[in-house]
Design a protein around this ligand. Structure first.
Ligand code: SF4
Length: 773
């Protein structure tokens, strides 16, 4: 869906009366201004106002923000400014409020301008870089004279009682050679209603000034010094950069396009009526901001569909792999789009201020102790389909508490059947061996067992033995034999002689001993090769993710699909290779999902393979942290199955925590990818999983194209799943059954998927991917 523009930067004049050497319009890469009229003709202003009004009406906008800009807009003179204001006022629909501002260097500001601004309620923002020394470093006239006194006069005028309400604030461009506290003090002495500190425009091609050399973070330190003072003073005035970090840390929207993941909604109208992207892009390369559209021939919807505009509306999905995996991405958002530019990779990079942004945001987060409130931000990530390590860790912690309750309930019934000694042992373990206890509790099939304990009771002994082995604790635990084996949850399975009914398990440094009731002793070493011992084996898919292949636990059948028998060496090697390749692919294509998977997916249960090696997968609400997969032949399919199923795992954990829809709603809904109708939970789960599936195909198609390889299949799959998912999101949104949190999830998914609806991609239907759900 189109993201409408809400911010319009209207250029009134394309020249400036100052010659600041850090100006990104005249002093950086762009030269487009040279060919444009100096002053904006009235017909451009009239047409612009008409287009803004048309856009506001079409998108039912309650307000638009218009900034009169330049060059130096006051050079346009009062008559032009008044004309622009009148055009906007007269054309906008009554239902749409006009927030009209002017951004000026202030040197020409006088009473005539101020009276005009009063008449049309035009707020005034002034550029000022601090005290005289700081300001004089850059903001001078062409002949070298300082502009400082004139700017101070302008601010003094705005501070007069009759004009005070026009005073919008001060914008300071950072130069790290200036003393940050002196700058802050000088600005605060001017009693601004609002402050903003802007990073100087820079790219990887033209990096910012770093007096201590590459890799240093002077901007973080500079901003940090002011933040600490501002905080200590009780935050006496809003500071847009600081408030944006604070807001985004709490899951709220940013107040600036320089930070956060909110879609860009700003367009620039040049003096000749051409429509451009954000001015800051001029710092990247000549013509970088261009769209090729103009107010006379094109409406704003057309400009909003420009690929450059869409790229800035993609949120997390539009960021580089590094940013997607970054712990502060929700606040940083990859920084300002222009600051990511590098000649060879375009904008697919972190910000050139990455180190500074990460350090500053982390500093604020630490000071704020945003821990408890992180839940809101994490929910925001999860709602959009993602969820990094932190979010998944929180879900895992909540699941553990749920498991603890279920274990207690299961234990109660077993203990009432006379297993009090075991109960005491478990209590002792819970207190003294908490880590080992929680490791066994977190085994995905503990809950499956606890939710359906043996008809004749039992299961606690296996649990206790597993805790004892993990903890290296001393007492032997007597464990019953079931189906010819002793189950040690999450650790493995010991096969015993026929007729054995129970064994006493006692841990040893290098393994354990099992003593049968008949007195036979079995000695198992962790590193040994005893055919009676079947350990759960681990696969290190990469340095950052190790997963257990569970083929011993009888409760692994939770996935509702026949499980594979114990894997032979050849099959194990295939899993090892397949997972290593698949994980590499997940990290490359879907870094926004990878950190969550590495944190939360601890077990894969191999399912029985269907014919043709196509693969198949399933998950279960009762088995957090596990997915069932029938290994496909192709590792790219395995990557897709992993990502798809882990979406179900995450959403299942959310649903264990909160209702997303009315649980009493028993209606069935159409899911575009299935022939049968689905209950709301099934539709929600499928939609959530297909957000990731869609992103997988999108990323794969892009990657193939970049490598010069055929991408038709991936692009067709992308188009298919994108359309399915968007329709499912709409069905959920219209269900009338969503809770407030469910609405947030549906809106989050919509915000991820809708920008994908614009790219022109072939919609050829191709064979589906075989998911069980
Ligand atoms: S801190 Fe760096 S890696 Fe993280 S989101 Fe910002 S630019 Fe990207």
């Amino acid at each position: 869906m189109l993201v409408p523009f809400r911010q319009f930067v209207v250029k009134l004049h394309s020249r400036c009366d100052l010659a600041c050497d850090h100006c990104y319009i005249y002093e950086h890469r762009d030269t487009q201004w040279r060919g444009r009229p100096r002053a904006t003709p009235e017909e451009v202003l009239a047409r612009t106002a008409e287009r803004i009004a048309e856009h506001a009406e079409a998108h039912h906008l309650g307000a638009v923000h218009v900034v009169l800009h330049g060059g130096e807009p006051l050079l346009a003179g009062p008559k032009t400014i008044e004309f622009a204001a009148r055009q906007l006022e007269s054309r906008l629909p009554d239902s749409c409020a006009l927030d009209l501002r002017i951004h000026t260097n202030g040197v020409l500001l006088d009473r005539q301008f101020c009276d005009l601004f009063l008449a049309h309620d035009i707020k005034v923002g002034i550029s000022l870089d601090g005290d005289r020394a700081a300001n004089d470093l850059h903001r001078r006239y062409g002949d070298g004279r300082s502009s400082y006194d004139k700017v101070i006069e302008a601010v003094a005028l705005l501070r007069q009682p009759e004009y005070r309400r026009l005073y919008a604030g001060l914008l300071c461009t950072i130069d790290v050679r200036n003393d940050p506290l002196a700058v802050y003090r000088a600005l605060m002495e001017l009693d601004p209603p609002r402050l903003d500190f802007l990073l100087p425009h820079a790219t990887w091609e033209y990096p910012p000034l770093r007096p201590d050399g590459p890799g240093s973070t002077p901007y973080a330190r500079w901003l940090g010094a002011i933040y600490e003072r501002w905080d200590a003073e009780g935050r006496p005035v809003p500071v847009r950069t600081f408030d944006s970090v604070l807001r985004t840390l709490r899951g709220q929207s940013s107040l600036t396009e320089n930070l956060g993941l909110d879609p860009a909604d700003l367009v620039v109208i040049e003096t000749d009526g051409t429509l451009e992207q954000a001015d800051s892009l001029r710092t990247a390369f000549d013509g970088a901001a261009g769209t090729g559209f103009n107010v006379f021939d094109d409406d704003f919807d057309r400009a909003a569909r420009h690929p450059g505009m869409i790229d800035r509306q993609l949120g997390l999905a539009g960021l580089s792999a590094t940013c997607q995996a970054c712990p502060v991405v929700s606040s940083c958002g990859g920084g300002l789009f222009a600051h990511r530019y590098r000649a060879d990779t375009g904008f697919d990079n972190p910000s050139v201020f990455c180190g500074d942004l990460k350090e500053f945001i982390t500093m604020v987060a630490d000071r704020e102790e945003v821990g408890p409130a992180l839940a809101d931000r994490q929910l925001g990530e999860l709602a959009a389909g993602y969820g990094g390590a932190e979010a998944v860790r929180v879900l895992a912690g909540q699941q553990l508490e749920l498991d603890r309750l279920l274990l207690a309930r299961a234990a109660e019934s077993e203990l009432s059947a006379g297993a009090s000694a075991l109960g005491q042992l478990l209590e002792a373990f819970d207190a003294a061996e908490a880590e080992a206890f929680d490791q066994v509790l977190a085994h995905p099939y503990t809950r499956t067992w606890a939710a359906r304990p043996e008809p004749e009771g039992g299961g606690l002994a296996e649990f206790a033995a597993a805790v004892a082995l993990r903890a290296g604790a001393d007492p032997a635990v007597r464990v019953p034999v079931r189906d010819g084996a002793v189950r040690l949850p999450g650790i493995g399975r010991l096969l015993v002689e026929p007729g054995t009914t129970a064994v006493a398990i006692r841990g040893a440094e290098d393994g354990f001993t099992a003593v049968t009731d008949a007195g036979a002793v079995v000695r198992i070493r962790w590193t040994g090769q005893d055919p009676r011992w079947q350990p759960v084996r681990e696969v290190a898919a990469g340095p950052d993710w190790t997963v257990r292949l569970e083929d011993t636990d009888p409760y692994r059948d939770a996935h509702g699909h026949p499980v594979a028998e114990r894997l032979g060496d050849a099959e194990l090697a295939c899993w090892d290779r397949g997972l290593t390749e698949a994980w590499d692919l997940v990290k490359r294509l879907l870094p926004g999902y990878a950190a969550g998977i590495a944190t939360g997916l601890s077990v894969i249960t191999p399912l029985r393979r269907p014919a043709e090696g196509r693969g198949l997968s399933s998950s279960a609400r009762s088995a957090f942290g596990a997915v069932g997969i029938a290994r496909p032949d192709a590792s790219d399919t395995l990557a897709l199955l992993l990502v798809h199923e882990f979406q179900h795992v995450k959403l299942g954990a959310v649903l264990d925590r909160d209702d997303l829809f009315d649980p009493a709603d028993e209606r069935l809904f159409h899911a575009p990818w299935r022939e049968d109708l689905r209950p709301l939970e099934g539709l929600f789960q499928g939609t959530y999983a297909h957000v990731a599936v869609t992103e997988y195909w999108r990323a794969l198609g892009r990657s193939l194209r970049q490598d010069g390889r055929p991408a038709d299949h991936a692009e067709a799959e992308f188009a298919r799943w994108r359309d399915h998912t968007a329709r499912a999101v709409a069905t959920l949104a219209g269900s009338g059954s969503l809770t407030p949190l469910g609405t947030r999830f549906v809106e989050g998914m919509a915000a991820t998927v809708e920008p994908w609806l614009d790219p022109v991609v072939s919609n050829t239907v191709s064979p589906g991917t075989p998911f069980v759900r």
